[in-house]
Design a protein around this ligand. Sequence first.
Ligand SMILES: [Ca+2]
Length: 310
Amino acid sequence: MFRTAFSALLLAAPALAGGGTTSFEFTDTDGFFALGSAPDEVRFLDAEAKSIGNFSLYHSGFFAWMVRGGMTGVIEFTTPAESVTFFHRDQSASTASSLRAFDPAGNLIFSGTGTQAAWQTRSFGSVAVPVARIELQNVGGGINDHAVIDDFTWVLSEPAMVVCLGDGTSGACPCTNESVVGAGEGCLSSVGQGAKLMASGSTSVAADDLQFHVSQARANQPSMLVQGSVLMSLPFKDGLLCMGNPTERVEVVFLDSNGEGSSASSIVTEGNVTPGTTRFYQQWYRDPGGISPCGTGSNFTQGLEVQWSN
Ligand SMILES: [Ca+2]
């Protein structure tokens, strides 16, 4: 048992390595668009991706993200970013833009003003202090006098690490129903693959925005998000029970016709977690009808490790 838990720790890997980059080479003037894949979207609000024929307003290409006079453009990360880099400038001397960035708890982590004459390179965020929100306020100017951002790149700060896999590397599944090595799943179910648990949001207790997402499980079945304080790898039902001391029930989630579902409750409240604690999570789902690989009628996703912060 000690040995399997140890190998699971060695195999810990980011749950959802992600990020992206855009030069805003498209037109979207309705005040909202999102980039990236749910649940890890980046939302751009109250400004426009567009081309206005002023070539000095594009850091590259022929389009940029522009905030009109009197408006405040907002960029929101559903999962905070450990690194954000972009270019910022004002269209004219009267634009007087103000740029601010905030961490998941709402603390100001960057503040700066735009300039008319040149692009300024903006780069902030870290693993310890990720970026959850950016505001670009165009204080002055008319509606055709823009504060501008272009060539925007972000790297997400993954809130959870994958642990306790059902592919045999964390210990054998109960009836040789191991999933494909490297797939990052739990033990095989009647669906023919293992189920996955992913997390979005932040590990901030103050923000309390962590959310869990199940996929590849049995359709139209109830499932239970469980939490524990100690990592293990114990054959149980058709899968591996990954945590204990104790194993606590956090929330019941009903899976949809795709075998997917997400938590909706406060994990901080339901899990009673505090900053500085490490907790392990897993989804236990029904796989009934006598057709599950080991015949017990339920199974587990792989595990996730979350290190809770302020
Ligand atoms: Ca561009």
